[in-house]
Design a protein around this ligand. Structure first.
Ligand code: PHE
Length: 456
C-alpha cells in the first residue's frame, strides 16, 4: 500500500461529523430507546452513561490513536503496529462483526424507507395506536417489501462508498448531521407537550434500581459500544484518514457527547409519546415504528400539514442517519479487502454489498417466513444483534484497550495524544490507568456478572 496516496478527510469539521455520522444512527434513535424500555428506564440510562464515560471514551481514543498511527485498515493496523503477533485476529474479528451488523442493521434501515413512503403518501392520517401496531407487524413479516427496501438501502450505501472518503463519506455527513440535530430538537418539544407525556418524562428521569437485574449491565455496555461504533475497528478505520493535526482526545469527546445527547434526546421523543398514547415501553425493536406515527398525528391535531411535514422529515433524517452509519461499517470491510487483498475499491465494495444482501435477506425473513427458526429463543435477526453487540463488541473493546494499554509503545501513545508534543494532555495518566486496568476489569466483570458467577 502506498502511504502517500492514502485518502484523508479534508477538514477538522469533516472529521468530527463523519465520526459522529458513524456513531449517530439507528443505535441512538431505534436501539437505545428500546433497550431503555426493556431495561427499566432511568436506571439503565445512568448505567449507560457511566459505561460511555468509563469504557467508551478510553476505547474511542485508543481506536483513534491506533488508526491514525497505522494509517491502515483494521487488520492491517495490527499487522503494522504488532507485526508477527496474533493481534491481527482482533482486526479480523472486527471485520466480521462489521459485516454481521451491516447485514441486520440494513434491514431496519430498509424499514425507515418504507416509513418514508408511508409518510409521503399520508397513510398515517387517522390511524389508531392499535392499527399502527398491526400494520407494522404485517409489514415486517411480508416476504417481499422489507427485502426490496433492504436491497435499495445497501445499494445506496454502496454508491457512496465507491465515491471514496472525501467526496462520499465526508461530504454526505456534513450535510446530513446538522439537519438531523435540528429535527430531533423540534420533535422533543412536540413529544413532551403531548397530553399525558409526564409519565414518559418520569420514566426517563426517576431511576428505579429495583429493575436493575444482571442483564442490564451487559445491555448497557453493549449499547454503549454499539452506539459509539466501537469494538470493531470502525472509528479506527476512520482515524486512518485523519491528518496529523486532528486533536484525538477532543474529537473523541465531541463524538461521545453528540452521540450520547442524541440518544437521550431520542428517549425524550419516544417515551413521552409512548406513554401519552398508552403504548408499553418494552415493545422491543418495533417501539419507534409504532410510537412515532402517533406523535406526528397527535402533536398537531389542528394542523395536519405540520403532522405531514414532520413525519416525512423525521423518517428521511432517520434513513440518512442510518446511511452515515452503514457507510462506516461498509468502509471497514472495503478498506480491509482493498488493502489486504489488493482488490480495487469498486470490486471490494461489490463483494461486501452482495454478501450483506444475502445475510440481510436471512435476517429480514426471520420476522416472517422463517420466524419459527430460533436459537436460544432468538430469531436470526435477534441472534445477530445479540452476538455482535453483547459479545463481539465488548470483546473487541477489551482487546483494543489491552493492546493500547499494555502492548503499544508508550512513546507512540504519547505522540499521538499530543500530536508529537504540540498539544497538552492533562489526562494522560488517567487515560493509561483506564486502559490498563479500569476498562478490562469492568468488561470482564460485566461478563462474569452475566454468567451468574458473581453479582454486582
Ligand atoms: N453506531 C451506529 C449507531 O448507533 C451503529 C454502528 C455500529 C456503526 C457499528 C458502525 C459500526 O447506529
Amino acid at each position: 500500500m502506498n502511504k502517500a496516496k492514502r485518502a484523508t478527510f479534508g477538514s477538522k469539521m469533516g472529521v468530527v461529523l463523519a465520526s459522529a455520522g458513524s456513531a449517530v444512527g439507528l443505535g441512538n434513535i431505534w436501539r437505545f430507546p428500546y433497550e431503555t424500555g426493556n431495561n427499566g428506564g432511568a436506571a439503565f440510562i445512568l448505567i449507560y452513561v457511566a459505561c460511555v464515560i468509563a469504557m467508551g471514551m478510553p476505547v474511542m481514543i485508543s481506536e483513534f490513536l491506533i488508526g491514525r498511527r497505522a494509517r491502515a485498515n483494521v487488520a492491517g493496523a495490527y499487522h503494522r503496529l504488532a507485526a508477527g503477533t496474533p493481534w491481527h485476529w482482533v482486526g479480523l474479528m472486527g471485520v466480521l462483526a462489521c459485516f454481521l451488523i451491516l447485514s441486520y442493521y440494513s434491514v431496519v434501515a430498509g424499514w425507515t424507507l418504507e416509513y418514508i413512503v408511508e409518510a409521503v403518501t399520508n397513510r398515517f392520517a387517522g390511524q389508531t395506536s392499535a392499527e399502527f401496531i398491526t400494520s407494522f407487524d404485517a409489514f415486517i413479516s411480508n416476504p417481499w417489501r422489507p427485502i426490496i427496501w433492504l436491497l435499495l438501502f445497501l445499494l445506496a450505501t454502496h454508491l457512496i462508498i465507491v465515491k471514496g472518503v472525501e467526496k462520499g463519506i465526508e461530504r454526505s455527513a456534513k450535510i446530513m448531521m446538522p439537519g438531523l440535530f435540528v429535527i430531533i430538537l423540534l420533535l422533543v418539544v412536540c413529544s413532551v407537550m403531548l397530553p399525558g407525556a409526564e409519565a414518559g418524562v418520569e420514566f426517563l428521569l426517576k431511576p428505579d434500581f429495583s429493575k436493575v437485574t444482571s442483564g442490564v449491565f451487559l445491555s448497557a455496555m453493549g449499547q454503549a459500544f454499539f452506539s459509539l461504533s466501537l469494538g470493531m475497528g470502525c472509528l479506527m478505520t476512520y482515524a486512518s484518514y485523519f491528518n496529523k493535526r486532528v486533536n484525538l482526545t477532543k474529537t473523541a469527546f465531541s463524538v461521545g457527547t453528540i452521540d450520547t445527547l442524541v440518544a437521550i434526546l431520542a428517549g425524550f421523543i419516544i417515551f413521552p409519546a409512548a406513554f401519552s398514547v398508552g403504548i408499553q415501553p418494552d415493545q422491543g425493536p418495533k417501539l419507534i415504528f409504532i410510537t412515532l406515527p402517533n406523535v406526528f398525528q397527535q402533536a398537531f391535531v389542528g394542523a395536519p400539514i405540520l403532522s405531514y411535514v414532520f413525519a416525512v422529515l423525521f423518517y428521511v433524517l432517520l434513513a440518512v442517519a442510518s446511511l452515515t452509519s452503514t457507510i462506516s461499517m461498509h468502509e471497514v470491510i472495503t478498506a480491509y479487502l482493498h488493502e489486504e487483498f489488493k482488490l480495487t475499491r469498486r470490486k471490494a465494495a461489490r463483494i461486501i454489498t452482495g454478501g450483506a444482501m444475502v445475510l440481510g435477506i436471512l435476517c429480514s425473513l426471520s420476522w416472517g417466513l422463517t420466524s419459527g427458526f430460533t436459537v436460544f429463543g432468538m430469531n436470526t435477526f435477534d441472534l445477530f444483534d445479540y452476538v455482535t453487540a453483547k459479545i463481539m463488541l465488548p470483546m473487541g473493546a477489551l482487546c483494543v484497550s489491552v493492546f493500547a494499554g499494555w502492548h503499544l509503545d508508550r512513546h507512540i501513545v504519547r505522540d499521538e495524544l499530543t500530536n508529537e508534543g504540540t498539544l497538552k494532555h492533562s489526562f494522560y495518566r488517567l487515560f493509561i490507568f483506564a486502559l490498563k486496568y479500569l476498562v478490562p476489569i469492568l468488561i470482564v466483570a460485566v461478563f462474569v456478572n452475566e454468567l451468574g458467577l458473581f453479582s454486582f
